[in-house]
Design a protein around this ligand. Structure first.
Ligand code: FNR
Length: 365
């Protein structure tokens, strides 16, 4: 179908499923084990309802906000997803170009198919990019990546903490073909190429990474440090104790621990606790996983998230329609945001709060 027939983000997924090369589809779409967490990431958003207010002057709507000090056009960002060239010959650069045109932030993955510098070179003017870091066992490699990123103007270091080992993604394993790994780090000889793309590229990740290491990261960079893959209230509080600048509530898009709770549920639990302790301004809270509609974005923001990451929708848009696809996907979200904010009775992002949502379907402790 023509791009003009894409009415929402799920449409891109539908086209991707039917047109993408099998291996690429398997790698992008898979979750771990029986894909229960993958499913629940979506379903959790469907359990929250709005409490819209009427008779508010909603003629002017402003979608802009800030994330880690950068002004952005909408409270979403393109999160890090590995191996962009499986879906498009230009890989992550497609996402960079569309992010620039739409004034959103792109998080560059450690395991990008394009080199880090290629992706940064693609950026225009003062376009903001973040870096997602898989921590290498060899801390010298890690340090040089981080220092180089800071030198190249990266505005946030997102350390992935939910992946000491990559989860078991059986769809991906079945497709078995491991291609396009030319740029990834690690020891190729050690990689078990029968285990699917995910396993094969992850052997360099440091399984010993722990809370004590945060201090070391602080000592080597001035970039804001954000922990990506926090899955509990307990670890959110530890993150604050360790002085990081932010967290991403995430279960890696349902690709790591099966039955890890949907991040939205963690957010619902977390915010009242932070508020009761007066800690809500100590760090910025981001969230990803299962977000496909502006209504999802609005729910997360109402609950206290500063920004919302989307992974697969942009991979699917990139793989099916390239630059124009990703641009359109973001435009769809913007159009949905404006309409739904009007219907909700708010005119700017800072007006969103928990008085606009009903979370009674969730039991908090
Ligand atoms: C990911 N994700 C991810 N996260 C990370 O920290 N480093 C990585 O290399 C990757 N790679 C990756 C590849 C693919 C194909 C997917 C789908 C996801 C996780 C990603 O950053 C994010 O947490 C999820 O994608 C969010 O869920 P949705 O938006 O895909 O539902």
């Amino acid at each position: 179908p023509d791009l003009s027939q894409m009415y929402n983000l799920n449409d891109f997924e539908f086209v991707a499923r039917h047109t993408m090369e099998k291996t690429a589809w398997a790698y992008y779409s898979s979750g771990c084990d029986d894909e229960i967490t993958l499913r629940e990431n979506h379903v959790s958003y469907q359990r929250i309802f709005f409490k819209p207010r009427v008779l508010v002057d909603v003629s002017e709507i402003d979608l802009s906000t800030t994330m880690l000090g950068t002004k952005v056009s909408i409270p979403i960002y393109i999160t890090a997803t590995a191996l962009g060239k499986l879906g498009h010959p230009d890989g992550e650069k497609v996402l960079t170009r569309s992010a620039a045109k739409q004034d959103v932030i792109q998080m560059i993955p450690t395991l990008a198919s394009c080199s880090f510098d290629e992706i940064v070179d693609q950026a225009i003017d003062k376009q903001t990019q973040w870096l997602q870091l898989y921590v290498n066992k060899d801390r010298k490699i890690c340090e040089s990546i981080v220092r180089h990123a800071q030198k190249r103007g990266i505005k946030g270091l997102f350390i992935t903490v939910d992946a000491p080992q990559l989860g078991r993604r059986e769809k991906d394993m079945r497709s078995k073909k491991v291609e396009d790994l030319s740029h990834v780090q690690g020891d190729d000889d050690e990689a078990d190429r029968t285990q699917g793309a995910a396993r094969a590229i992850s052997s360099f990740i440091d399984t010993s990474l722990n809370w004590k290491d945060i201090k070391w990261f602080r000592s080597i960079t001035k970039m804001p440090i954000i922990l990506k893959g926090i899955q509990t209230v307990e670890d959110s509080l530890l993150a604050i104790e360790h002085g990081v600048d932010g967290i991403v509530l995430s279960n890696h898009g349902g690709r790591q621990l099966e039955f890890s709770k949907p991040p939205l549920e963690v957010l619902i639990e977390l915010m009242p606790i932070l508020k009761s302790k007066g800690l809500q301004d100590k760090l910025e809270i981001y969230i990803d996983g299962g977000v496909r509609r502006a209504t999802d974005v609005l729910k997360a923001i109402c609950l206290g998230a500063k920004g919302v990451g989307l992974g697969r929708p942009f991979l699917y848009a990139m793989s099916t329609y390239g630059d124009e696809g990703v641009y359109k996907a973001i435009q769809i979200l913007k159009d949905e945001m404006i309409m739904n904010m009007r219907l909700l009775g708010v005119t700017s992002i800072d007006q969103l709060n928990d008085s606009y949502i009903d979370t009674r379907n969730f039991q908090t402790r």
